[in-house]
Design a binder for this molecule. Sequence first.
Ligand SMILES: [Zn+2]
Length: 263
Amino acid sequence: MKLLSRRSFVTDLTMQTGLLLPLSLTAQNAIKVDPLEEKPKVKTTRHGELTVNTFCLGRLKVNCFIVSDRNLNCIVIDPGARAEVILDFIRNNRLKLLAYVLTHSHLDHISALDECYKAMPAPVAMHPDENDWAFCEKNQWEPYYPLTKPVKIERPLKHWQSFKDGNLNYTIIHTPGHSAGSVCIWFPQQKIIFSGDTLFAGNIGRTDLHKSSFRSLLRSLGAFLALPPETKIYPGHGQTTTVKTELATNPYFTHVPDKTNVK
Ligand SMILES: [Zn+2]
């Protein structure tokens, strides 16, 4: 596919991801009532003994995931909005929450963290390179995304670190670019990966935000080249896809700089 200029990448992306929203937008130019009041539907997908429950939450339609095992242990990935929806689902299904895992700290992925944590404490996992943004004043968009109060990060994530929460076995892959501390959460046994805003179906995350780097993001895409092609990708926004589909159709993969630079 034809090489796109950097400018067209950015334009494309801002259209697609929704995160164009001006992190500085103030309440007076925002619409007064969030139209997304109705109860969001959950989409449930089984991968053997692991279940992925997907909610599309908030004004910026972030995908929040509640991943559970057969013993009802679960983790929450990206509690971006609607804390009551996340908490109700956990309670109604009698799940045992073992961790909150953040793909990165942009408001649409983190805004409901404090409310969830207060009602249902569990270790919070985030990459330390997100520390300067997660709880800073700019990381809000009232009334849709209030600033989340600081929460202790019990699990400062490292590249290639593995976790076992119940029967949920996953590995963190640090994929800077969209933000400095963006990570993907890989479940090798089930061949699924949560890609945050690093990779979307047919697209990649914006790189015009705080500590974004387009070059780093392209380099980070190299991580996907090492995964089995049938690996299913659950992105931070939009539809699921697979590694095979993205390698074949996503134009950004033709620009991954050093294909050997992959663990
Ligand atoms: Zn983001």
